[in-house]
Design a protein around this ligand. Structure first.
Ligand code: CTP
Ligand code: CA
Length: 219
């Protein structure tokens, strides 16, 4: 049977979503990456668009199709993602789901050869924190939502992140298992009112529930 289409409760809203990993170039043939598949972020973009929002999806390198009705901007690095997010403002809400690389390196212009002396050392430099930057921007979206990927003390770390980054909601993700790349997710929603433990569900179901909450909040 056909699923009931979501009511157009987000019509007239512009919502910004980031998704996927970033790739940070080491040399012309190598990069630093992470296990993010982009599935949760793409599902959220799809759920928001299905509710009538204008959705800008800034996507790192993933192999997923663009959800119907979503404006997609493809980027590779954290710094490109930061620039694309800045360009997409203003927005009524932003949900930063991307697993942004925390560091980049100054890339070598040529392929690093193992014939040179010794083992190469990567000197890591910190990337811009897109979420923290958005939180203090004069164009800060009225509802700012971050994800927190944790492998231990999930709720404690995520709760601290909410305060530290001055965001409204944090969706806390336990990524110690096969969440990254998988189709299911067990999250906690952390708001100023406290912590909600959402039952483990498909990434689509988590996205629908979050989109409904966002619609409720913006109503
Ligand atoms: N984030 C971001 N820009 C970064 C790093 C993270 O926008 N350079 C966002 C993510 O999209 C996510 C939130 O910040 O919404 C939290 O990301 P996470 O990696 O869990 O937190 P960090 O602050 O980077 O802390 P750590 O990786 O040390 O746990
Ligand atoms: Ca991080």
């Amino acid at each position: 049977k056909l699923a009931k289409p979501a009511a157009k409760t987000l019509a007239g809203r512009h919502i910004l979503v980031t998704a996927g990993p970033t790739h940070e170039q080491i040399d012309p043939v190598r990069y630093i990456a992470n296990r993010s598949s982009g599935k949760q972020g793409f599902a959220i973009a799809a759920a928001l668009a299905a509710r009538g929002a204008r959705v800008t999806l800034v996507a790192g390198p993933v192999t997923l199709p663009t959800p119907p009705g979503v404006d997609r901007i493809d980027v590779e690095t954290a710094r490109q993602m930061a620039a694309a997010v800045d360009t997409a403002l203003p927005a009524d809400a932003a949900i930063l789901v991307a697993a942004v690389a925390d560091w980049h390196v100054a890339p070598a212009m040529q392929k690093i050869k193992k014939t040179r002396d010794g083992t190469p050392t990567l000197e890591l430099r910190e990337n811009p924190d897109i979420l923290a930057t958005l939180a203090t921007d004069p164009r800060r979206p009225g509802l700012l939502i971050g994800f927190a990927a944790e492998t231990e003390d999930v709720v404690a770390h995520a709760t601290a992140k909410r305060t530290r980054k001055a965001v409204d909601w944090i969706v806390a993700n336990d990524v110690s298992g096969d969440v990254m790349g998988g189709d299911r997710n067990h999250v906690h929603l952390i708001t100023a009112d406290g912590v909600e433990d959402w039952p483990a569900a498909s990434k689509t179901a988590v996205a629908d529930r979050l989109a409904d909450r966002i619609a409720e909040h913006l109503a």
